[in-house]
Design a binder for this molecule. Sequence first.
Ligand code: GAR
Length: 209
Amino acid sequence: MTDSVIISPQVSWEELKLSKPLSLGVMASGKGSNFIAVADAIAQGKLNAKIQVVIYNKPQAKVKEKAAEFGIPTVFCNHRDYATREEFDQVLVETLKAHQVDWVIMAGWMRVVTPVLINAFPDHIINIHPSLLPSFKGINGVESALNAGVKIAGCTVHLVRPEVDSGPILIQAAVPVLEGDTPETLHQRIQPQEHHILPIAIALAAQRS
Ligand code: GAR
């Protein structure tokens, strides 16, 4: 069924060449497969960038070990240590700036971010979400789509704005929902598309900035 995946816009890495390397900071809460997709695109010479730091907010997040395998520094920022989202975001800003980050990539970052972070990197924060936005915002995007009975699901990469899962869309991939799909099987089919479009979206955003 991968033949029926639709990705828009369709661009080649040839068209996405960047003259200057991007300085990326990745924020992730989970297993880090999207982080790996970005790191692989860099290692393969497709995306002209360097990941300066990976910030994770859950002690068991697998992304920590994955980043170490790429030799990328990791920083654990525990949101539970801060009274407000704003205080937590201020620590994120300081950590990202200390690592000379220009572009922030939310690669499975399961926290709502505030203007404290957003205004520190205007139009330079990118999020990946497992639905065809603006449908099915928030956590459990895949499950919500399935519960709504959609026949086409997918993923979106967009610039971050204060409203959750909003902001200018950079690229989307549409994936068919199959008979008998569970949130897990559908997510498993969406994820390879996430891995494909996230590095492309970073280059697209950089080209447009
Ligand atoms: C991805 O599917 C991403 O779209 C989702 O978390 C997963 C992280 O996977 N993000 C959200 O739901 C944000 N609202 P990963 O840890 O394997 O990259």
